[in-house]
Ligand binder design. Sequence first.
Ligand SMILES: *Cc1c(COP(=O)(O)O)cnc(C)c1O
Length: 465
Amino acid sequence: MKRNQPIEPHRIKSIEPIKLLNRHEREAKIKDAHFNIFKLDAEDIYIDLLTDSGTTAMSAKQWGALMMGDESYAGARSFRHFEKVVQEIFVKEFVIPCHQGRSAENLMFSTVVKPGQYVLNNTHFDTTRGNTLHCGGVPIDLPSSAVELLDAEAFKGNMDVDKLEQFISEHGPESIAMVIMTVTNNSVGGQPVSMANIKEVSEVCHRHGLLFFFDAARFAENCYFIKRDEAGYAGKSIEEIAKEMFSYADGAMMSAKKDGMANIGGLIALNDKQLFDKVTELMIVIEGFCTYGGLAGRDLEVLSVGLKEVLDFDYLHYRIGQVAYLGAEIQKAGIPIVMPTGGHAVFIDAGRLLPHIPSEQFPGQTLAVEFYREGGVRVVEIGSLMFGGVDPNTGQEFKAPHELVRLAMPRRVYTNSHYDYIAEVVARIVARKEKLTGYSITREPRLLRHFTCDLEPVKKVSMTV
Ligand SMILES: *Cc1c(COP(=O)(O)O)cnc(C)c1O
């Protein structure tokens, strides 16, 4: 065993076989998928690092709890369990179960956002942005300035408090529907937010009478970073840190498919009775009765256990250690990654790795396809394919800020040997990186093209660009 390998604080009780197709089969599959990794069948993938959302392996305790689900339509015992756990951790009185994060967003924004109002965020996640727009709101990102991709600085997920103050004084508090802090900051590489930053933002919001919420999908991972890296928190438990963090906000929305340690689920927690009444009124029309919110009783039981398990320091230490371990192994192969490694994924800087492939030919997608061809591994491009292109309504052209590839790590699913294998695959790809060529789009939908577009390899590297 290598000395820096994080040891799993659990043993395996139930397994699921995976199979590596041979090279010929992989070549055929990726060609049939028109070089779009979203179009591969999951069965044809050896190691799937597409996302950490809803891909968690449940514990024996969670599988046991599943059998205890009370499926009563109203007032189920399972809801009371869930409500109590959420009330404790989030320090909020009212708990609204939702079937996933984006339904929590829809319920909240439909209730508080008036058309034309701003929603401020350290960085909007894409569904948060989508739901803000859907409700007529204007999403504004205020990430901390001078965030350099490859600089290993702590708390790169922070919100820029000066920009927040400036925005409020320029536009007036009445133009702002709410302020959201996303922990960890998914869109900037799963980077954490410091308690000091949370406190400052909370103070500014409350001074101006603004509603302040968390987007809490990875709240426990964020608390781990606070304990590890922020002065004054080393001696506190993850649960104590979570309670302090949530105490600064009026409420939280959460996709429980991440730190809920479950395959489905979400929630809203808040203290304002009037707001709770408004949200539940809408919820009964579009989601379900307020004691199940689109989930089964068994899902609520699983979440009650998962939300406790995620606070376990040993689990988080192993989890964040595994991300750092994979990052370090990839760096050893001479590959630039976003630093420091964050909470749920390693991000490779494909633009820097493949400088001979111009962004119009998608260096990130080139690398993602190569992961599958070389090793049966699925990863996702976060660059010009995902964020570039032309707005079909306005004709405006978008440019992606970076050409990244994300290796998202499902919770408790893969072991260190799987990650050693991934590092080997990357090293083999890098050994022939000069020979890699880009891709062009042959069929493109109007919106969110990366999910469904078709691609083909560019035959020769263009010398004229
Ligand atoms: C995943 C995620 C969401 C959306 O949640 P879903 O459960 O996928 O609907 C919202 N915000 C953040 C930060 C997320 O990571």
